[in-house]
Design a protein around this ligand. Structure first.
Ligand SMILES: NC(=O)c1ccc[n+]([C@@H]2O[C@H](COP(=O)([O-])OP(=O)(O)OC[C@H]3O[C@@H](n4cnc5c(N)ncnc54)[C@H](O)[C@@H]3O)[C@@H](O)[C@H]2O)c1
Length: 414
């Protein structure tokens, strides 16, 4: 049945969510406090590399409304909250966006509205920030209003993982809340018995990745010391058809999820007096890899130049290929390449950054990022090329890139 749906927060999760719900036949209003994004969307222009302008124009043609005007989201059937859940510089969860989204809708819901939180957060958030607030306003949850939690599992940049096809975990505050949410989401739904279980399942998924990437990082250090090719080890281990999943070492995990979400759990458990040493150590290993790789780069230069290493780095003009947090996306949030560039600049290297994927994202002015536009001969003027992000465009031209590099360092493989 067609519903009037409000999606709050039109970022990497919210905008694709608008697309999915429009495709399912609902009438959708996309709300964001960022006027710039709303204005662009209303002009038929996407502010995200993961959603095309054509898709935004299709949404507009279908009657989808994009707005920052609060009065337009009154008394709708469904409210979906897709706002950020970052950590601060001390790795403490910042729930202010969820709080402000709840403030926004608390006087606008109607009897029978379904409110779904999709942001990633620690167990207990939906009860504390939604159920408690609406109960205090006099609503009986499960009768007057329905509250559910359903974490988003979208994988930006992965064209195989259309979010509508990824199974959803759904939990409701009551059985009635759950059945309303299940009815709304339809297929590909896996329900769990309570809100906290759904919240913990999502954080566990991302913590699982952090811990396993940290283990692969440690394998890199072990393999380097033993003069063994870490990738050959990983490929060999991956031939086991059960009980093994391949993760690869990295300069440091970036993005809005894996370097953030586990700290929601460690913070919560710390406040409850429960230790989480494995997760914390994994985080520390992840944080330490930047210096490890910087040392590897310096050693590589030394091996190839046979000169005073640090001095050589000082003098070098270096091209960095790719600055985003992962391949084929234009998202630089928490990208370790940015930290690497900072460290190289501290050592007085001259750095020029190329990222054709980031640059080609319309509508966002990217300072200090250039594009190669396939003119790989330009790389000849650099002392070294650091291949930091293996965007498909660069992968397809890798041989050409290597041919034009005086010294080529492949960070995507180390
Ligand atoms: N990006 C991902 O790949 C991904 C995947 C799964 C889950 N998540 C989770 O989904 C949530 C959203 O992440 P994202 O990547 O879409 O963030 P984002 O920063 O791309 O988008 C969030 C949007 O919310 C808007 N916003 C903030 N406060 C608001 C308010 N009070 N009212 C309306 N709009 C508001 C911001 O302006 C922004 O446009 C986070 O909890 C994140 O952990 C993200």
């Amino acid at each position: 049945m067609e519903k009037e749906v409000v999606v709050i927060g039109l970022g990497y999760v919210g905008l694709p969510s608008v697309v999915n719900h429009v495709k399912k036949g609902h009438k959708v209003i996309g709300f964001d406090i960022d006027k710039r994004k709303v204005d662009l969307l209303n002009k038929g222009i996407s502010h995200l590399d993961t959603v095309t302008d054509e898709t935004v124009q299709m949404l507009k043609a279908n009657g989808t409304v994009f707005t920052y005007e609060e009065q337009l989201i009154r008394e709708k059937d469904v409210y979906i909250i897709d706002v950020p859940t970052p950590i601060d510089k001390n790795k403490i969860p910042d729930l202010s966006y969820i709080k402000s989204a709840v403030e926004l809708i608390k006087n606008k819901v109607k009897i029978g509205s379904l409110i779904i939180l999709e942001s990633t957060t620690y167990p207990g958030t939906t009860e504390e920030y939604l159920v408690a607030v609406f109960s205090k306003l006099g609503y009986t949850i499960g009768v007057d209003l329905f509250i559910a939690y359903s974490p988003e599992r979208i994988d930006p940049g992965n064209t195989q993982s259309l979010s509508a096809k990824i199974p959803r975990i759904v939990a409701g505050h009551t059985a009635e809340c759950l059945s309303e949410a299940k009815l709304f989401f339809g297929s590909h739904v896996s329900s769990v018995s309570n809100l906290k279980t759904a919240e913990l399942a999502k954080i566990y998924e991302n913590t699982f990745r952090l811990v396993n990437i940290a283990l692969a990082d440690e394998l890199q250090i072990i393999s380097d010391d033993l003069s063994i090719d870490v990738y050959e080890v990983l490929e060999a281990a991956a031939t086991k058809p059960f009980g093994f999943m391949k993760f690869t070492p990295s300069l440091g995990i970036g993005g809005h999820c894996i370097p953030v979400d586990p700290y929601y759990l460690t913070w919560l458990m710390g406040a409850r007096g429960v230790e989480t040493p494995l997760i914390e150590t994994a985080g520390e290993i992840n944080d330490s890899m930047l210096d490890y790789y910087l040392n590897k780069i310096v050693a590589y230069i030394g091996k190839n130049h046979d000169k005073n290493l640090d001095k050589k780095l000082d003098e070098m003009k270096i091209a960095i290929l790719g600055i985003t947090y992962k391949k084929n996306v234009a998202d630089t949030r928490m990208s370790s390449v940015i930290s690497l560039i900072q460290k190289l600049k501290e050592r007085n290297s001259t750095i020029v950054v190329y990222d054709d994927i980031l640059y080609s994202t319309t509508n966002i002015t990217q300072n200090n990022v250039s594009r190669l536009e396939q003119k790989y001969h330009q790389l000849k003027e650099f002392d070294m090329v650091i291949y930091a992000v293996n965007h498909q465009l660069y992968e397809d031209n890798k041989a050409n890139i290597i041919r034009n590099s005086q010294l080529f360092y492949d960070l995507t493989l180390v």
